[in-house]
Design a protein around this ligand. Structure first.
Ligand code: 4AD
Ligand code: MG
Length: 430
């Protein structure tokens, strides 16, 4: 008999099948054992009855504990009351491993307790649902760029320089030379865009940000498209289309998971382009009217992002940030050199910035001035300057943070739940 996955049970009603899995709940009443089984693809109840299973099989059930692993041969019968519409009647049962006292119980646990056991915690239904949604988000991203002819180019992780400013670098030793964990693949994507036109990378990025907010982690996956000849409008619209297509894919394929998470999908279904847009200047006015003055030149902090989001019932764009608030590579506006062709996309409902992007400064002299203004060392950026020496063209792109995006789509309060093994200020175990 070939083993099948629990998700396939519905098409085997009336047959005898073999399945494998873990016991996530267990109950007995004299002559019956009710074994709640999960195998990662679905959950089902297996009933072992004293009068339907061999005596030694029935006796074996007494050894079962939570999270013990088993292999079961059973008859599949329809049961309208069961969540998946089917139930298993056990004919044979092998215990692969009797689990020790399982630490995660049905009761509420503190989050530190759960994070210490992240490797076990994500067996629970909520965490499983989030991981599935994250996978759908990742697939939707590849499909989106593939359909538009973007070539995936992998950026390095060990880098000689900073991309987003020197204050959040993780330094390591590269055979006697300092090296840094990448904050962003962007500079490399600019090089790749000059070779392939439309490119993107998707990989881990690192920020030694000493901030303990619910939106920040030290290691997060970022998706970064970059395209030659793309202007500010094109960049905004690429970001809107990407966010909309990610949300659409999750709404189409992960309804059950969203329901399990009790996610109100209202704001998600409104994530259709064009998104509302405000300039940085306008955003400051809105904030002032709410009694929150943002000094000119400062980026939107977490509290400002949350306050601003009260004005929108869907994702929104803030554009034209001051040069001094952003990174060295951003192109300044010709009509107001204090401002840049930049744009951030914010999730509604207070989830914060999910996308940050801009047009890149493609003039060599101006770029050199900008690097000097940011007090960055020139030598490690020599290769980047070459991109302006050999056929510079306007390019633009952005980075979409995967953790933030998943956090928003799933409606989870803290980014740590949107990442399989989160790396936080005071934690990198397990
Ligand atoms: O706005 P950021 O810093 O932009 C860049 O790194 C650009 N070089 C991207 C580009 O233009 N190619 O980061 C982009 C996104 C943010 O909008 C946010 O979603 C996420 O990355 N992000 C973080 N997510 C979790 N924890 C952190 N500490 C994050 N920092 C940024
Ligand atoms: Mg940003």
């Amino acid at each position: 008999m070939t083993r099948i996955w629990l998700e396939e049970l519905r098409s085997h009603v009336g047959e005898e099948v073999e399945v494998g899995g873990w016991v996530f709940n267990l109950r007995s009443s004299g002559k019956l054992y009710f074994i709640q089984l999960r195998d990662g693809t679905a959950r089902v109840q297996a009933v072992c009855a004293a009068d339907a299973a061999p005596a030694e099989v029935f006796a074996r059930c007494a050894k079962l504990t939570l999270e013990s692993s088993v292999r079961i041969t059973a008859a599949v019968r329809e049961d309208a009351r069961a969540p998946g519409g089917v139930e298993l009647l056990v004919k044979d049962l092998d215990i692969l491993s009797v689990a020790e006292d399982y630490p995660i119980q049905k009761k509420e646990h503190g989050v530190d307790f759960l994070l210490d056991r992240r490797h076990l915690w994500f067996r629970s239904p909520r965490q499983e649902a989030i991981l599935r949604i994250r996978s759908t988000v990742e697939n939707a991203i590849s499909a989106f760029f593939d359909e538009r002819g973007f070539v995936r180019v992998d950026a390095p992780i060990l880098t000689p320089t900073s991309c987003e400013g020197t204050t959040t670098l993780f330094e390591t030793d590269y055979f006697g030379q300092p090296a840094y964990l990448s904050q962003s693949g962007q500079l490399y994507m600019e090089a790749a865009a000059a070779a392939l036109g439309k490119v993107y990378c998707a990989g881990p990025t690192f920020r030694a940000e000493k901030s303990k907010t619910r939106r920040h982690v030290m290691e997060f996956w970022m998706v970064e498209p970059e395209a030659a000849f793309l202007d500010h409008e094109g960049n905004v619209s690429l970001a809107e289309d990407l966010v909309a297509s990610i949300v659409a894919a999750v709404l189409a394929r992960r309804r059950a998971e969203l329901e399990l998470l009790k996610r109100d999908v209202g704001a998600l279904s409104r994530a259709k382009p064009p998104f509302p847009r405000v300039s940085y200047e306008r955003a400051r006015e809105v904030l002032s009217a709410k009694g929150r003055d943002l000094p000119w030149g400062e980026d939107l902090g977490g509290d400002e992002q949350t306050a601003l989001a009260e004005e929108f019932d869907r994702p929104f764009v803030v554009e034209y940030f001051p040069f001094e608030a952003k990174a060295f590579y951003m192109k300044r506006r010709e009509d107001d050199r204090r401002l840049t062709y930049s744009m951030d996309v914010f999730a509604p409902e207070g989830y914060g910035e999910i996308v940050g992007g801009s047009c890149r400064e493609n003039d060599l002299e101006t770029l050199l001035e900008n690097i000097a203004a940011h007090e960055l060392p020139l030598e490690p950026l020599e290769w980047y300057l070459d991109l302006r020496r050999y056929g510079a063209v306007p390019t633009a792109g952005f980075g979409l943070g995967l953790g933030r995006t998943v956090m928003w789509i799933c409606g989870v309060k803290h980014i740590r739940e949107a990442i399989p093994f989160p790396r936080m200020l005071n934690r990198f175990y397990p």
